[in-house]
Design a protein around this ligand. Structure first.
Ligand code: PLP
Length: 350
């Protein structure tokens, strides 16, 4: 029995066609701007997101860290949602390396308003940390893949810019938002100081992310990338995978969204699952158990034994993520396994 891995959309593996594109890539020394495929990728992503320039990074985590290093000084404060990746999942890199504190905004689905943003921005004073950067996630990962509506996004952008803050968009899943709503990456990223997209999530590449900004920003980002050990050599092998993904794996994100909607609908046939629903549904699903005498760790452990891998979050919720490594039929199988398991726990309790 093969594993149906809904743990994360990082579980995708490169397809044969992607591997062929990688093998055929023209390469050079990236550190000296001599890798033609990496240059083509950076130009393409900068154009699609509407920025002057871009830099290829090994990971999204490094995009967030480097943007923080460029946008802030030690002792500054960064405003971000309390559940955001930069807050919860990056080893406190902002603090450890950039010397920056995070001022968390507490939200239901990772989306905050211009007023909440203004309330988080500190008035300049001798004693307060300097608020110098705001970071948002499009889509929101641990808040259930919610899509920031354009007006909320622009409200936060403008409130931040008015107060002199730099604005950063963690677009790990920006293309998921675009496919869900039909808006372009450029529309979402318009007016932001920096934004990036991840290729190692639903786009199915082995690794890599592209960080965008104006020429000055990218110049400084390059210095930090080099310092942090992120400069590469024949990175065209990876950039070729990313270019392949832009051509072949963006539109198909709609399949992942449909699979996620199907999962929510069919698991709803038993009364044992409650969903944190966001609208529109993208590829991240948050849910919890109800009315069963079992905790999520035990439930996810048993699901894994039967071939379905979910992610148990620390707060008792579970996360399922759809991606190109999981077909519609496999989603149907996963639903059947999870519903059966829940029914068995319920029967044992009775
Ligand atoms: C995965 C993720 C990151 C980090 O990206 P990596 O490429 O895994 O380092 C940052 N932000 C969000 C919202 C993510 O989902």
């Amino acid at each position: 029995m093969s594993l149906i891995d809904l743990y994360s959309d990082t579980k995708t593996v490169p397809t044969e066609a992607m591997r062929a594109a990688m093998a055929a890539a023209k390469v050079g020394d990236e550190q000296m701007d001599e890798d033609p495929t990496t240059r083509a990728l950076c130009e393409r992503v900068a154009m699609e997101l509407g920025f002057e320039a871009a830099v290829f990074m090994p990971s999204g985590t490094m995009c967030n860290l480097v943007a923080t290093l460029v946008h802030t000084r030690p002792g500054d404060e960064l405003i971000a949602d309390a559940q955001s990746h930069i807050c919860t999942t990056e080893g406190a890199g902002a603090a450890a390396i950039a010397g920056v504190a995070i001022n968390p905004v507490f939200t239901r689905d990772g989306i905050f308003t211009a007023d909440e943003c203004r309330a988080a921005i500190r008035a300049p004073s001798r004693t307060a940390p300097r608020s110098s950067m705001v970071s948002i996630e499009q889509t929101t990962n641990f808040s259930g893949g919610a899509v920031w509506p354009l007006d909320a996004l622009r409200g936060v952008r403008d409130a931040s810019l008015d107060a002199g803050l730099r604005t950063h968009m963690d677009g790990a899943r920006l293309f998921n938002a675009c496919v869900a709503t039909g808006l372009t990456p450029k529309t979402y990223a318009e007016g932001w100081d920096s934004a990036w997209v991840d290729f190692s999530k639903g786009l199915g590449c082995p690794f890599g992310a592209v960080l965008c900004g104006d020429r000055d920003f990218i110049g400084e980002a390059w210095t930090w990338k080099y310092r942090l050990g992120g400069a590469m050599r024949q990175s065209g092998i990876l950039a070729a995978a990313a270019l392949y993904a832009l051509d072949h794996h963006v539109a198909r994100l709609a399949v992942d969204h449909a699979n996620a909607a199907l999962f929510i609908e069919l698991l709803g046939e038993t009364p044992y699952f409650v969903f944190d629903k966001t609208s529109p549904t993208t590829n991240v699903i948050l849910f919890k158990l109800q009315g069963l005498p079992v905790d999520t760790a035990t439930f996810t452990g048993r699901a894994l034994e039967r071939g379905v891998r979910l992610r148990a979050l620390a707060d008792g919720r579970m996360r399922a993520t759809t991606h190109l490594g999981v077909t519609r039929d496999e989603m149907l199988t996963a639903v059947r396994i999870l519903n059966d398991l829940a029914r068995e726990f319920a029967a044992n309790a009775a």
